[in-house]
Design a protein around this ligand. Structure first.
Ligand code: NAD
Length: 506
């Protein structure tokens, strides 16, 4: 049906708001004639004026040639009526997020444009199948989901509804690539790729807060140590709790109230009270100050031990062995190593510092018959930067001596221990396991490929790695183990394991 959309294909951008202006900018810079239309009188011309100022700024900073900027600006033409853009070969709509409005717009455009012109929607949450429903040519409707700010964010989700023609999706995919973006194919399902797979990043932190596991700044510090640029609390404050809560709600509703996606009562309370984040001056943090610095914990060196053994196999056990060897070297001895004990961590005179397998410390203690148990979170970035934050939880029944020594040993191994309540899977392991689980379900349902999910999360929300990269580094059994342990503690549908994760071969 649709052939290649080269630079000779005029583009109509409808909606000259924050997204539409950005889309017009990238399309014009890529060489297309861009008609820009907005229902609000004067809005398209105002957006063009703003783009002129943006181009001037880029030229002044040496990031754009003056001639290129001038030519691109000349290609952006505000139009007062859609009929003036009847020769458009492709439309990208970025109007209000409302199904009826988007349907009405595309229905009007069907009567104006050639039958094979492409209709693309930048919707972030509405079903593409629904937008195309009732049109004469629903096959030409696809999603072209950009991320904000459009000129900077590389990802474009190219979303196919049930009636979308694959050739149309492929043409839009190539178009996005020609505009300097990294497109990823997605199926029209709630949240598409990024907004769906990212849900647990917020949800697990909100659950940990509700369980009173730790204050927001501690949870943020744990996840930043795992490589995330922003912790979930500061990120939700930035996005706005009203927006974040609305997206979670829409994914929850669209999944027929599957408990996996259940919104947080705490966040609902914050929205109700106007604690919306940065924009209202108060969310988890008070602004303009933002995230408070965590107090630097005073941790003494561990007392001299009689026997120290590193347990386990793999990269984390190897890193622990290297760190324990360095810590004991001044005393003139080193740790023993045992690889077949079925757990990973450090044993000090019979007391255990255990890498989380999802079980809380009390359960590890009950099942091992050893009271002196502390559980630590999963270090993701190895070798860890000296002093990396790492959550630590103690078995309530541990001896006072081990309660002090567990933190001292984690510190001696190179981490800054952040005390947490005895939360199953602590922070990083719990969050990553749920992100991997969600991504596995998305692939199971044909929403995207594994590579598509990895690219989308790295480029759409700047994650340090993709969920399937984490899965390969961690191993299927470890991820499934944490999910099963969480399910054991919190019975219900939330932590059910993706069937694809159970059957995958890595
Ligand atoms: P915005 O409010 O900044 O801009 C929307 C513009 O559309 C306004 O100028 C408005 O006058 C115009 N408009 C509304 N109804 C219209 C109609 N029927 N015909 C023509 N123009 C109309 O909104 P935005 O943030 O740019 O979002 C636009 C779309 O992009 C929405 O579907 C949104 O979900 C999606 N989106 C937004 C973001 C984001 O971060 N803002 C990210 C991805 C996708």
């Amino acid at each position: 049906m649709t052939k290649k959309l080269g630079t000779d294909a005029p583009v109509l951008v409808v909606g000259a708001g924050i997204m539409g202006a950005g889309i017009a900018q990238v399309a014009a810079l890529a060489g297309h004639l861009v008609w820009l239309h907005d229902a609000r009188e004067g809005a398209a011309a105002a957006a063009r004026d703003k783009l002129a100022a943006t181009f001037d700024g880029l030229v002044a900073k040496g990031r754009l040639e003056a001639a290129t900027a001038q030519a691109a600006l000349a290609r952006i033409v505000p139009v007062a009526a859609l009929a003036e853009a009847a020769d458009a070969r492709v439309v990208v709509e970025a109007i209000v997020e409302d199904l009826a409005a988007k349907r009405a717009l595309f229905a009007a455009l069907e009567d104006l444009l050639a039958p094979d012109a492409v209709l693309a929607s930048n919707t972030s949450s509405i079903s593409i199948t629904a937008i195309a429903g009732g049109l004469k040519h629903p096959a030409r409707v696809v999603g072209m989901h950009f991320f904000n700010p459009v000129p900077l964010m590389k990802l474009v989700e190219v979303v196919s509804g049930l009636q979308s023609d694959r050739e149309v999706a492929d043409a839009v995919f190539e178009l996005a690539r020609a505009w300097g973006k990294v497109p990823v194919h997605a199926k029209s399902t709630p949240g598409f790729i990024v907004n769906r797979i990212a849900r647990p990043y917020y949800a697990e932190t909100l659950a940990l807060l509700q369980e009173q596991a730790a204050p927001p700044a501690v949870l943020d510090a744990c996840l930043k140590a795992a490589g995330f640029r922003m912790g979930p609390c500061e990120l939700m404050d930035l996005i706005g709790h009203d927006t974040n809560f609305a997206v979670t709600n829409s994914v929850y509703e669209a999944n027929f109230y599957d408990k996996r996606y259940q919104p947080s009562g705490l966040q609902r309370e914050m929205v109700a009270g106007g604690l919306l984040g940065r924009k209202s001056g108060r969310g988890f943090y008070a602004y303009p100050d933002g995230v408070p610095a965590l107090p630097v914990p005073v941790v003494d060196a561990p007392t001299t031990a009689g026997a120290v053994t590193v347990h386990g196999t793999g990269a984390i056990a190897d890193a622990l062995e290297a760190a324990a060897t360095a810590a004991l070297a001044p005393q003139g001895w080193g740790p023993a190593r045992v690889t077949d004990s079925g757990w990973c961590g450090l044993e000090v005179d019979g007391a255990r510092l255990v890498l989380t397998d999802g079980r809380p410390a009390w359960r590890v203690a009950a099942e091992s018959g050893i009271a002196d148990i502390a559980v630590f979170d999963r270090p993701v970035v190895l070798p860890a930067a000296p002093g990396s934050a790492l959550a630590l939880a103690l078995n309530a029944g541990a001896s006072p001596a081990w309660k002090a020594q567990a933190a001292a040993w984690l510190h001696a191994l190179g981490f800054t221990p952040l005390p947490l309540a005895d939360a199953p899977g602590l922070v990083v392991a719990r969050t990553l396991a749920m992100l991997v689980n969600e991504a596995s379900d998305a692939v199971l349902q044909g929403v995207c490929s594994e590579d598509g999910a990895d690219s989308a999360m790295k480029l759409g929300v700047n994650w340090p790695a993709g969920p399937f990269e984490w899965l390969r580094a961690w191993g299927r059994e470890g991820v499934v183990g944490v999910l099963r342990a969480l399910d054991e503690e919190v019975r219900g549908e939330r932590y059910r394991v993706s069937p694809r994760l159970l059957r995958s071969q890595d």
